[in-house]
Ligand binder design. Structure first.
Ligand code: FAD
Ligand code: SF4
Length: 494
């Protein structure tokens, strides 16, 4: 066995393309990588416990596995090569830019042959697009055709339409929310929690209450649980937000998809099967398939197209530091305090809260995109640069000049109030734009439109929003701009 496949912690797929009977497997718990940032403890536990379970399963299946702790990847690989006389190393291209660069330098660094296989854990590398897709919708349709998901024999979309988003914008109506299946720590996970307490002293959050799947079998059980209990209501309440229910009808599958425990195609296929069996309506199933083979793959595609410049993008010239309350949740803005408290505790909140609460505020307040990107990378259990950076710098903050999303996602309290129960009981007045209790989202929203009016007018998708400005009197506009300046001055005390 002079050949090894190096499997990264986010590539724990049972069908990893580098696995072969005559190859060793090497997995490295790199202390440098684990401590590259102060990550959420639950994310570190998830990855390391899943790696240890994966190693055990491969051994049980007859593979020779070298799972080792090392100061960094390079020293871990060197030690592995020396220990086993390895002459050829195989890896699957990393999902993240810097690790892929590192893989490309490996042959020179190690002095042995290195083969880098395409990362077919992503559908876009499994089915590379014929033409570079400019926008998400054509990208998604091409992906539907490639995979055959929700495509009829005549090539038309199931149900006759590609997009059912208009059916999926309901406010939560209080119906019971089936809780996700929980997977309390076993012996391996408990040991991982203890080891990481020593190895990663600066990690944020707590591992208490850790209940995520860490094996392939558990990941499949979590998928089945979502399909059975929450998928039917997924679509209509996809954009809804609730102070009581952090998950509502979302899947909480991103942490598993992002480390390879679930495959995107099988995940989307499971939803389609539920539709074919009459278990879930088309709007929910199409909505879910769109997230998995559409948005998720499109984001990965954009990341590779826009890197490395994306990391520095700042199209709106936003330079304000992130307010300290993003790290505590201590703000009187109820939407932000609920969502931040939830993220710091669990490492999770769902999409609309990431986009329309956390990023929306940061965009309106002119927070530096790189500070917001850092916060997202550190706080979430499903955070990896390939998915965070296009979502935050591109979609959430529109700092990439509209390359990821064609319009900035901007909203005042009216949207948050329409889709959530946050405004009821908030210190601020969701209706007011100025005055001592005016909701900061309102003041900052109108201030943003006012300050960037010319540029926003040029965007056809924002026409209606900017038109609203003409309904404000000159005096109102002046008062908003003055109050916005005052709010931004004492942003740390909101
Ligand atoms: P569901 O609502 O159940 O959706 C199903 C799946 O669709 C998700 O599991 C995810 O794999 C995929 N998906 C949907 N939208 C996206 C998207 N825009 N990009 C990538 N995948 C998508 N996703 C991450 O996996 N990691 C992140 O760190 C992350 N950061 C984000 C930051 C911002 C500002 C925004 C706007 C989105 C971010 N997303 C991220 C995308 C999305 O919010 C999460 O994938 C989703 O909330 C995860 O929860 P879920 O599994 O319950 O999702
Ligand atoms: Fe958030 Fe404003 Fe509503 Fe308060 S009133 S919850 S700050 S949107």
């Amino acid at each position: 066995l002079a050949e090894s496949v190096w499997i990264l912690g986010d590539q724990l797929s049972p069908t990893h393309p580098g696995l072969a009977p005559n190859r060793r497997v090497v997995l490295i718990e790199s202390l440098a990588r684990l401590n590259q940032r102060p990550y959420h403890r639950r994310k570190l536990v998830l990855i390391i416990s899943a790696m240890r379970h994966y190693a055990a399963e491969l051994r049980a299946a007859g593979y020779e596995v070298d799972l080792r702790t090392a100061p960094d990847f390079l020293s871990g690989l060197r030690d592995h090569i020396t220990a086993f006389g390895i002459r050829h190393l195989i890896c699957v291209a990393a999902a993240e830019y810097s690790t892929r660069q590192f893989q490309q330098r490996l042959a020179a660094e190690l002095g042995i042959a290195v083969t880098i296989l395409p990362n077919t854990l992503f559908l876009v590398e499994r089915y590379p697009p014929a033409r570079p897709p400019a926008l998400m919708e054509p990208f998604y349709r091409a992906m539907r055709r490639q995979t055959g998901l929700l495509i009829e024999p005549d090539g038309e979309p199931t149900g006759g339409v590609w997009n059912l988003d208009h059916e999926n914008r309901r406010r939560y109506d209080g119906r019971p929310v089936p809780p996700p299946l929980r997977f309390p720590p076993d012996v391996i996970t408990s040991q991982t929690i203890a080891d990481l307490a020593d190895a990663c002293p600066n990690a944020i959050g707590s591992a208490d209450g850790f209940d995520l799947p860490v094996t392939r079998a558990q990941a499949l059980a979590a998928l089945a649980d979502f399909i059975t209990h929450r998928l039917p209501d997924f679509g209509p309440f996809e954009d809804a937000m609730s102070a009581e229910h952090e998950l509502l009808f979302h899947s909480r599958l991103s942490p598993l998809l992002n480390i390879g425990l679930l495959d995107p195609l099988e995940t989307a296929q499971a939803a389609v099967t539920a539709y074919q069996r009459g278990h879930a309506p088309l709007a929910s199933v199409e909505g879910f398939v769109r997230q998995i083979i559409g948005w998720r793959e499109y984001i990965y595609y954009r990341y590779w197209e826009l890197m490395p410049g994306l990391l520095q993008a700042n199209a709106w010239g936003a330079e304000r530091p992130l307010p300290a309350w993003y790290w505590t949740g201590q703000t009187r803005m109820r939407c932000l305090s609920c969502v931040i408290e939830r993220v710091l505790r669990t490492g999770y909140c769902h999409h609309i809260e990431r986009l329309m609460v956390l990023c929306n505020f940061a965009l309106l307040a002119g927070i530096r995109p790189q500070a917001v990107n850092d916060w997202f990378l550190e706080c979430y259990v499903d955070a990896y640069e390939w998915v965070v950076t296009p979502n935050v710098i591109g979609m959430g903050l529109n700092a990439d000049g509209g390359r990821t999303a064609t319009k900035p996602y901007l909203a005042s309290a009216a949207y948050i109030d329409k889709m959530s129960d946050y405004c009821k009981g908030c210190f601020y007045d969701r209706k007011a734009r100025v005055g001592p209790r005016a909701c900061p989202f309102n003041t900052l929203y109108w201030n943003f439109l006012s300050s960037h009016e010319t540029r926003l007018r040029a965007n056809p998708r924002l026409g209606p929003a900017v038109l609203g400005l003409s309904r404000l009197s000159a005096a109102e506009r002046e008062a908003i701009v003055a109050q916005a300046a005052e709010i931004l001055e004492r942003i740390g005390e909101l």
